[in-house]
Design a protein around this ligand. Structure first.
Ligand code: ADP
Ligand code: MG
Length: 649
């Protein structure tokens, strides 16, 4: 076994009374009792007093103390939302949805009435909504048309420590809105910044030395186990730990496993299902295995929250999506691979690379905390204590490692012309900003008006309307020029919802072959994920609406696929690689080596120029989702860009 006996125990400061167990009851009295048993409840008067007194308050409290579900309700109970609604932002859509559901239940109302949610491509709100849970990205979108955030009297930025790009930008927008609202609005904007762990001084300084309130937590004790020695293969280590726990733990003690990405998770889900069928495990509880990652549609993510039946065990294999915010009933075991797939901007290019990296200590503790939400639990770290100590204390804010073009497009749409002087809590590097500005200029979205001052073009204004990467928005806008809006709408919808494919591990080859001869055959036979396809259809519908709003005519090229590929180049011309004499590909932007994936239809064909949507680093750097393109087209679409890069026509 990977882990030695005699573990250390992670004891939180305050221990719980275990009163709050799984709650799935319509009994309001029971819910009220639970609410009153939460650690935040005794702090209610003190909390409200501070919130009424200050423009900005930071609230720190361990996970499970009741910040996210209770504070908005307290504000509502005191009628502090009379003049404007309460908005609570979450970095993740699944959190926004499940929390809104829970709060609606607690308040005994239908979701979408008093309590609602809004996430990209999906929302449930009405004019009477007073408590609105939304992703930080959605609030940013709202700020484009309403920079004063005038619908809201309270904005609560939750999980602020995650430091997503959207959260970081929101900080600046909120500060600005607050200032303006003080000057000329009917009612002020109040702000609450919440988290379980964060660099409090840094945040407080940024918000003019605002006060910090601490809520004592009620996390249950968690026994900690570290790997005996360094593990070569974290996936294997995580999987064998799951099987080991499964053999030892009683049923209904569910297991949450943190791994890195969709493909890896699908494979592990498949393998655990296979192993579970083995006769040697017949005497142990039945296992129900779930995958959990962002690209899954919401309803599939919600499956994970279904409680386990008697004699059953739930095993959830998740990305860092389950790291914060959410409560998955039944989880008592956490297995942490210590890794996450993170987006990293590739300097000198216009794109991000997805790469598996070690997590930070703060993230590791968050993961551990998932085991102690309802009662005491266990956390198995598939890495050694030495490895843990060598991890960075906090994660690097996303804004310091991302392609900035999307953010800058949004800032420009909000009328912020000088990106370099925007009040970021941590300034992104000038180099990254300049590269993003260059990309937006190349896409004809923005132009420089004075030194450092930017302005959106007409195209750019339209691009900002789409909840998409600017490059994808540009593809849609170019649809009419190439007579293929209809086709590219479908393609962009698929690119925005990902994973319409299923990848059963044992049948990889069959899946690849099935997709090679795409036909009208049924999804199942072709390893297509029906649910995700339906989601894609939904996304497409919404993109059609934005197109109609922007006056983009929806025309079809009737199978003329050359026009489709040309149109795609209009948005993605910075993502092109060129075949070299030795048979390798180099990206034209940063001359970095990138390979065609064996599963690509282009593999083996080796076209001279290949367009890709992103680079994925798994051992080797692969180009993800490709299309062969003609050098002549490249040159016609972005002559200035390609002239500098000496492509061979
Ligand atoms: P915090 O934001 O401080 O981490 P929350 O407000 O999210 O805490 O949750 C407080 C408590 O409410 C949790 O510990 C859990 O017991 C309960 N709870 C929250 N969401 C759910 C849910 N979807 N189902 C059952 N219980 C929940
Ligand atoms: Mg929370």
């Amino acid at each position: 076994f990977l882990f030695p006996k005699g573990p250390a125990t992670f004891k939180p400061k305050v221990q719980g009374n275990g009163a709050n167990r799984n709650t799935k009851s319509s009994d309001q009295l029971k819910i009220l009792k639970q609410r009153h048993a939460l650690p935040i409840f005794p702090a209610r008067p003190r909390l409200l007093k501070e919130l009424k007194k200050n423009d900005v308050v930071i609230v720190i409290g361990e996970t499970g103390s009741g910040k996210t579900t209770q504070i908005p309700q307290y504000l509502h109970e005191e009628r502090l939302d009379r003049k404007g609604a309460i908005c609570v932002t979450q970095p993740r859509r699944v959190a926004a949805i499940t929390i809104a559901k829970r709060v609606a239940e607690e308040m005994d109302t239908n979701l979408g009435e008093l309590v609602g949610y809004s996430v990209r491509f999906e929302e449930s709100v009405s004019p009477s909504t007073k408590l609105k849970y939304m992703t930080d990205g959605m609030l940013l979108r709202e700020a484009i048309s309403d920079p004063l955030l005038s619908k809201y009297s309270w904005v609560i930025v939750d999980e602020a420590h995650e430091r997503t790009v959207s959260t970081d930008v929101l900080f600046g927008i909120i500060k600005d809105a607050q200032k303006s609202r003080k000057a000329f609005a009917k009612y002020p904007l109040r702000v609450i910044i919440m988290s379980a762990t964060m660099d409090v001084d840094h945040f407080s300084n940024y918000f003019n030395k605002c006060p910090v309130l601490y809520i004592e937590g009620r996390q249950h004790p968690i026994e900690m186990f570290y790997a005996r020695e360094k593990q070569e293969d974290y996936v294997l280590a995580a999987m064998s730990t799951v099987i080991q726990i499964h053999k030892e733990a009683p049923p209904q003690h569910d297991i949450l496993v943190f791994l890195t990405g969709q493909e890896e998770i699908d494979a592990v889900v498949h393998n655990i299902r296979l192993i579970a069928k083995d006769n040697s495990l017949a005497e142990f509880p039945k296992i129900r295995v779930h995958a959990l990652y962002a690209a899954l549609p919401a309803h599939q993510q919600l499956d994970v929250f279904r409680a386990t039946a008697a004699g059953e065990r739930k095993v959830i294999i998740s990305t860092n999506i389950a790291e914060t915010s959410i409560t998955i009933p039944g989880v008592r075991y956490v297995v942490d691979s210590g890794r996450a797939k993170v987006r990293n901007y590739l300097p000198g290019s216009g794109f991000d690379v997805l790469k598996v990296k070690k997590i930070s200590q703060a993230q590791a503790w968050q993961r551990t905390g998932r085991a102690g939400r309802e009662t005491s639990g266990f956390c198995y770290r598939a890495y050694t204590l030495e490895e843990f100590n060598a991890m960075a204390v906090n994660p690097v804010p996303e804004i310091l490692r991302s392609n900035m073009s999307s953010v800058i497009l949004q800032l420009l749409a909000m009328g912020i012309k000088n990106i370099l002087t925007f009040d970021f809590i941590d300034k992104p590097s000038t180099e990254y900003v300049q590269q993003a500005v260059e990309q937006l200029t190349l896409l004809d979205a923005a132009k420089v008006v004075k030194s450092d001052m930017l302005e959106l073009t007409e195209t750019g204004k339209k691009m900002a309307q789409f909840p998409l990467d600017p490059r994808y928005a540009k593809i849609l806008l170019s649809g009419p020029d190439y007579g293929c809006t209809d086709e590219v709408l479908t393609i962009v919808a698929i690119l925005s919802s990902e994973s319409i494919y299923t990848n059963p591990s044992g049948k990889k080859e069959a899946a690849v072959n099935a997709r090679r001869k795409f036909s009208s055959m049924w999804c199942h036979e072709n390893f297509l994920n029906y649910r995700n396809l339906s989601y894609t259809v939904e996304v497409r519908k919404q993109l059609v609406q934005v197109c109609q709003r922007c006056g983009i005519s929806i025309v079809s090229c009737q199978q003329n696929l050359d026009s489709v590929r040309r149109c795609i180049i209009a948005g993605l011309f910075t993502n092109v690689a060129e075949l070299q004499l030795g048979g390798k590909y180099l990206t034209l932007d940063s001359r970095q080596e990138a390979a065609l994936h064996p599963a690509s239809v282009l593999f083996g064909g080796k076209p001279a120029y290949v367009l890709f949507t992103e680079l994925v680093h798994t051992g080797k750097t692969y180009m993800h989702i490709n299309s062969a393109v003609d050098a002549q087209w490249l040159f016609e679409t972005a002559p200035e860009y390609f002239r500098k890069r000496h492509i061979k026509i």
